[in-house]
Ligand binder design. Structure first.
Ligand code: SF4
Ligand code: SF4
Length: 272
């Protein structure tokens, strides 16, 4: 019987995701809130007041969203009386630069607070890992295990993180990358620092999930150094994790503001 099933496997369609076909938008995903193109905002500030992480700010003509603080909870879009903010399904929200995640929307355009540039440190890391992949150690720093669940899922046969040469290891001494999740609670600040110290150079630090980037609804502890990659989501989807790690290794080029702008215009987001 087992041999028969193994033979049948030869004729089954391959389910593993083809990385070059991954879309930054998932129709069944809530994604980040994005203002419609040409929005006419009444300035009621319901979105600003209802956001649990103060991710939104409003000026006379612009709406600024710091996606590094966004939990993708959807409250702001449900509170907007003019239906200006919509859950977009867009979920590839990652960058090597924290400020690149802060987006200012005017009626027809969007612009980021910063443009991501690759530091020498990241270039050195990419030289080491682009061809071979990397080993990472994960440290949970006061999170709720949601990000860990998605990190685990990213190794399943659909997303297959190992196809990129990425593996999780038990000891930070064997790791090239330290992935931390959660807001860095007081009790976890020192263990996180110790794990980082014993890792050999060159190494990279990844803030995985919104809580790791900004604390979310909690106050945030101090990471051992400025992270090399910020991956938004509460939690991030496995395909976001996969693409973000490929980006960190230099296997794809990606700019969050450009990708969001391109997608928003291509779909005439918000146009009737
Ligand atoms: S955290 Fe929630 S309310 Fe705040 S911007 Fe994100 S989706 Fe909107
Ligand atoms: S809730 Fe809607 S209408 Fe009110 S300030 Fe926010 S985007 Fe503008």
């Amino acid at each position: 019987m087992r041999q028969l099933l193994e033979w049948l496997n030869l004729f089954r369609k391959i389910q593993t995701t083809e990385t070059n076909k991954i879309s930054p938008v998932h129709v069944k995903n809530r994604g980040i809130p994005v203002p419609k193109i040409g929005f006419d905002c009444s300035g009621c500030e319901h979105c600003v007041e209802s956001c649990p992480t103060q991710a939104i700010s409003k000026t006379k003509d612009t709406l600024e969203i710091d996606y590094g603080k966004c939990l993708l909870c959807g409250i702001c879009s449900s509170e907007c009386p003019s239906n200006i903010l919509e859950n977009s399904g867009f979920h590839h929200v990652f960058s090597t630069d924290r400020d690149e995640l802060k987006i200012e929307f005017s009626r027809d355009q969007l612009k980021s607070k910063s443009t991501s540039t690759l530091t020498d440190r990241i270039k050195e890391f990419q030289d080491l890992t682009k061809g071979s992949g990397f080993l990472f150690r994960e440290v949970s720093c006061g999170g709720n295990n949601a990000v860990e669940c998605e990190l685990n899922a990213s190794f399943n046969s659909v997303f297959d993180l190992e196809q990129e040469g990425i593996r999780c290891v038990a000891s930070p001494k064997h790791a090239d990358v330290l992935v931390f999740t959660g807001p860095i609670s007081q009790g976890m600040q020192e263990p996180l620092g110790s794990a980082w110290e014993v890792m050999p150079d060159p190494k990279a630090l990844v803030a995985c999930g919104t809580e790791a980037i900004s604390g979310g609804i909690f106050s945030q502890g101090k990471p051992p150094r400025t992270p090399d990659l910020y991956l938004v989501g509460d939690p991030p989807r496995p395909d976001s994790i996969l693409q973000a790690f490929r980006y960190l290794m230099g296997r794809i080029s990606f700019s969050f503001p450009d990708a969001l702008d391109f997608w928003r215009k291509k779909n005439s987001f918000g146009s009737p």
